[in-house]
Design a protein around this ligand. Structure first.
Ligand code: KIV
Ligand code: NA
Length: 277
């Protein structure tokens, strides 16, 4: 397999092959995505909660993000590598946003950046795209705005808000976004948007009618024990296995069965023990 490109993602959309995207925050996870054929690796700013224990994505700094994107980049040979621009790193002006995006590429080794927002960030998306950093847009539920939105809520359930989500997506496509994440919107709206946009849509809580799907690694693997969103499906129970591992380790240390001096330790070189004594 070769490196996934935007052109190949467009081809997948055209022929109707669902695009697979998962988050990764460290090297071993990146290796797993790579080995098993994920199309896009996303260093999501969900990093804040599931990996760093912060209360929301708005607490994550650009430097913290870069530390993780470098680790993921080292393990990501085949998947296309996208990372979230942290809250605050693209809001003060399009120039600041370009500067942050350049840091994401130069210091963070990512191939594309993802930004949350609607028409109000279209100028920023245009500037970043123009300098050659591909931008993935993100509309619908925007976790970086959880306080302004009074929580993590489904978007676009009434006609007016559905229209706002669609208009935002069209403006971002016009501004040069190469793909767009649709988070927590009704499946009929996501399907309609997918049909009326020319760029791939990647859904999370947006039903099966998108060009692809994304989920958070820790949700998929059941390693995250916060509130489970309705759209999360747990595909493996790594959390249970980890618990078993910790308990087995404690048990074996306490009962003296670990380590085994024959198979899990080292011998002195011949005769040296007597010299030592
Ligand atoms: O931060 C994240 O993990 C995301 C995806 C869930 C889309 O933005
Ligand atoms: Na995110």
């Amino acid at each position: 397999r070769k490196k996934m490109t935007i052109q190949q993602l467009y081809q997948m959309r055209r022929v109707g092959t669902p695009i697979t995207m998962l988050t990764a925050y460290d090297f071993p996870t990146a290796r797993a995505l790579d080995t098993h054929g994920i199309d896009i690796a996303l260093v999501g700013d969900s990093l804040a909660q599931v990996c760093l224990g912060l209360p929301s994505t708005t607490r994550l700094s650009l430097d913290e993000m870069l530390h993780h994107t470098r680790a993921v980049a080292r393990g990501t040979v085949h998947p296309f590598l996208v990372a979230d621009m942290p809250f605050g790193s693209y809001h003060t002006s399009p120039e600041d946003a370009v500067r942050s995006a350049v840091r994401m590429v130069q210091d963070g080794h990512v191939e594309a950046v993802k930004l949350e927002g609607g028409p109000e960030i279209a100028a920023t998306v245009r500037r970043i795209s123009e300098v050659g950093v591909p931008v993935m847009a993100h509309v619908g539920l925007m976790p970086q705005r959880h306080a302004a939105l009074s929580g993590y809520r489904v978007q676009g359930r009434d006609a007016a808000s559905a229209k706002a989500v669609l208009d935002g997506a069209l403006a971002l496509q016009d501004a040069g976004a190469f793909a767009i994440v649709l988070e927590a919107i009704p499946h009929r709206l996501a399907e309609y948007m997918t049909a009326h946009l020319n760029i791939p849509t990647i859904g999370i809580g947006a039903g099966p009618g998108t060009s692809g799907q994304v989920l958070v690694w820790d949700d998929v693997m059941t390693r995250w024990h916060g509130k489970k969103a309705k759209f999360v499906r747990r595909f493996a129970d790594v959390g249970h296995e980890e618990g078993r591992g910790v308990q087995n380790y404690i048990g074996a240390v306490r009962d003296g069965s670990f380590p085994n001096s024959q198979t899990e330790g080292y011998e002195m070189a011949g005769g040296e023990w007597e010299c030592f004594l």
